[in-house]
Design a protein around this ligand. Structure first.
Ligand code: G4P
Length: 529
């Protein structure tokens, strides 16, 4: 198979949702249809993470929330599908955002009872920023949910995207009869069925009298009326608009009952994009370029707490990745090679001999990688759009065991390289400030410092709420600003000066009063320099 064919058969995407909408259940069912796992239904939502995916962190088991982002790969209809799992908890939003930089499309799961929820909006904002194509799956149709037309209106208004239903529910809740596929003109009959994956299908035109017999006169009439309205109100589905991130096709179903999932997967395989081009600080990289390139979007502590090595998740963007070949780590300029890169199958890790655009490769790393790092066959470029965001919660890291200060230092350096949080140093005294987007990260850091590095620490609250990286074309002005602001200035791990503001108001005032200083809200400015 040549490179073009390898690219064509790949689909790399993430499933996103507000917690509890059914992301885990849907993931499980997709794996089931893909033959990657054998049983469903009996498996509880958390269990899937333990049995079929890479559940790296002890803390995840303890808390029962998905801290880790993992990758699940399976073959379906001659396609190779990579699902990048995203943590559900809002405090790990940054992890999710980074994962979204590594996918080509997403499936958004909505709970039909709850509609658009807070996380849904935030996640969709990130997708909209990148024009990521979105398919919407409205889940839990076996429950008494909102009127489907109202739901679509809500989606359009709150998520700022046009929608186009491709299947339509026949009733819902206790009377849920199934979905009618508007493009296949067939009716899928609903059966509450948590273990089997076959569904009962009937090819039928809407004006067929058989429809009454199958779903009853009232539901048949309602379906005809609904479909007439849909065809009148919504434009025909246009794949190009979907690929441009302007319109989201909508499917209805019930993941727990294996219902509507196969249609979703089939449609996904048909319309979703193959691996797409990616921006760098120099030029756009096309997937079918012969030379390999890729970037690290996640770094994770290894499964084995006795070993400090880490796993870097690399998304291949172009060319062919080969085991044992030397690649340029563009940030350091060093050439590196990997003797045992691995792929993520649903329940095991296999050594990967070669990988293609869209694939995610696991690389063992002893501390040289940071989030966003790029590997190439020698070209000096760096993929963009994988920034660290300005943190919002800041706490001072206090060492509780002076005998273990080396371990603490190493631990916090490595954890912040992984992107768990950001580290700033305040002078005088080299006080360490940890900045995060969520409270939970502090508990994760504390736990991991203790269990992986044998270091004990405490976090003391600080008053800042925003950190902005500082640059200026006038070095003298920047030095003067830094001198004047004293305690409000910290340094990030690369010694870049950062302004730590107590409030938005103070930040805005400083921005207004210092027009020669540039305040950056993401770390991406480093690439502009
Ligand atoms: P998440 O990953 O998005 O957080 O959601 P998850 O799949 O864990 O699903 C959240 C809850 O919703 C689970 O129930 C799950 O069984 C249920 N669920 C998923 N799909 C459907 C559906 O189509 N219909 C109905 N009625 N429920 C669905 P739970 O009680 O929290 O967990 P469990 O004890 O069932 O595992």
């Amino acid at each position: 198979m040549n490179l073009e064919q390898e690219i064509n058969k790949r689909r790399t995407f993430a499933i996103i949702s507000h917690p509890d909408a059914g992301k885990t259940t849907l993931t499980e069912k997709l794996l089931l249809f893909g033959g990657a796992i054998q049983t469903a239904g009996a498996v509880k939502s958390n269990k899937i993470k333990k049995t079929a995916t890479s559940d790296f962190m002890e803390i995840e088991k303890q808390r029962g929330i998905s801290v880790a982002t993992s990758v699940m790969t399976f073959e379906y209809n001659h396609m190779k599908i990579n699902i990048l799992d995203t943590p559900g908890h809002k405090d790990f939003a940054e992890d999710t955002y980074r994962t979204l930089t590594a996918v080509d499309s997403v499936i958004l799961v909505i709970d039909c009872v709850k509609g658009v929820e807070e996380q849904t909006k935030r996640l969709m904002e990130v997708c909209r920023m990148r024009d990521t194509p979105v398919i919407i799956f409205i889940n839990k149709m076996d429950r008494e949910g909102q009127n489907p037309f109202d739901l679509l209106d809500e989606l359009e208004q709150q998520l700022n995207i046009k929608t186009r239903p491709l299947t339509w529910p026949v009733n819902m809740g206790a009377d849920f009869k199934g979905v009618y596929s508007l493009y296949e003109e067939q009716l899928y009959f609903f059966k509450s069925n948590k273990t089997k994956i076959e569904s009962d299908v009937l090819k039928i035109k809407l004006d067929d009298a058989l429809l009454e017999q199958k779903v009853g006169a009232r539901d048949a009439a309602q379906l005809r009326e609904d479909v007439e309205l849909i065809e009148g109100v919504y434009d025909a589905f246009d794949r190009q608009e979907y690929l441009a991130g302007k319109i989201a096709p909508v499917f209805f179903g019930s993941a727990i009952n294996n219902f509507g999932v196969k249609e979703l997967l089939d449609a996904f395989c048909e319309v979703s994009p193959r691996p797409v081009h990616r921006p760098t600080n120099v030029r756009v990289v096309e997937p079918n370029e012969s030379k390999f390139s890729g970037f690290v979007f996640k770094i994770h502590a290894n499964l084995d707490p006795r070993h400090r090595d880490r796993i870097a998740f690399l998304r291949i963007c172009s060319g062919v990745f080969e085991r044992g070949k030397f690649y340029r780590h563009t940030r350091s300029g060093k050439d590196v090679r990997f003797s045992s890169p691995f792929s993520f199958m649903a329940d095991s890790k296999a050594i990967l001999e070669e990988g293609f655009p869209g694939d995610v490769v696991g690389l063992y790393d002893t501390g040289s990688f940071k989030i966003g790092d790029t590997l190439t066959e020698g070209e000096n470029l760096q993929f963009t759009g994988i920034p660290s965001f300005s943190p919002e919660i800041f706490k001072e890291l206090v060492n509780l065991d002076p005998m273990k200060s080396k371990q603490l230092e190493k631990g916090i350096q490595q954890l912040t390289d992984e992107g768990v949080a950001q580290l700033f140093t305040l002078q005088p005294g080299s006080r360490k400030v940890v900045g995060t987007v969520g409270e939970l990260q502090f508990e994760v850091i504390q736990y991991r410092l203790e269990h992986e590095y044998s270091a004990k620490c405490r976090f003391d609250a600080m008053s800042m709420t925003k950190a902005c990286w500082l640059t200026s074309d006038d070095k003298g002005k920047l030095d003067e600003f830094i001198r004047l602001k004293g305690m409000q200035i910290g340094y990030d791990k690369d010694q870049n000066p950062v302004f730590l503001a107590d409030s938005d108001w103070i930040l805005r005032m400083n921005m207004t009063n210092n027009p020669d200083i540039k305040f950056h809200f993401t770390s991406e400015f480093k690439l502009e320099a």
